[in-house]
Design a protein. Sequence first.
Length: 172
Amino acid sequence: MIEDPAEVARQAKLREEENWCFRSFLKAVCGWSDARLNRVAAQLAREAAAQINCTDCGACCRENIVPLTDEDIDRLAGGVRLPVLDFRRRHVKSFDTDPQAMDAHPCEFLDGRRCSVYESRPQACRDYPYLDGDVRSRMIMILERTGTCPIVFEQLERLKDETRFRRIYPRP
Ligand code: SF4
Ligand code: SF4
């Protein structure tokens, strides 16, 4: 498994065309049922996640807009010992798609490769990279994340092998 986020980004860029072909293959050629595909993909993701320590990576913390709930904001403000209003003023922005979000690249709470507010981190950070769910309907989101997250990259590469997809490039 490739754990270095820079190498993951490089390999994913190289495989952009192949990954779009894989999406078409899953939709139109692969005879697996959704249930089987989702079960195998979830298992592969669990195995990949067990091989990497997110607190030694932090790649997603350099790229993503993080949506926040009111509970997230209260918890984060408590974690950094700021009054909630001050926290909102300093760290929370508003977008059309996300009325409350953190949008800093890297995240202001990233310390090297580690989250300095790990115990208080927002729910979206806990859920990322959203490994569960229906693979076929989520394939575009999965492809978007494959260049960022080593877990998603590994999951996708192993899924190509499991479904006997004919690759353009050998498995890294
Ligand atoms: S709050 Fe922590 S886990 Fe979430 S993006 Fe920031 S550094 Fe990463
Ligand atoms: S979720 Fe993925 S990108 Fe984020 S820290 Fe963990 S391995 Fe790295």
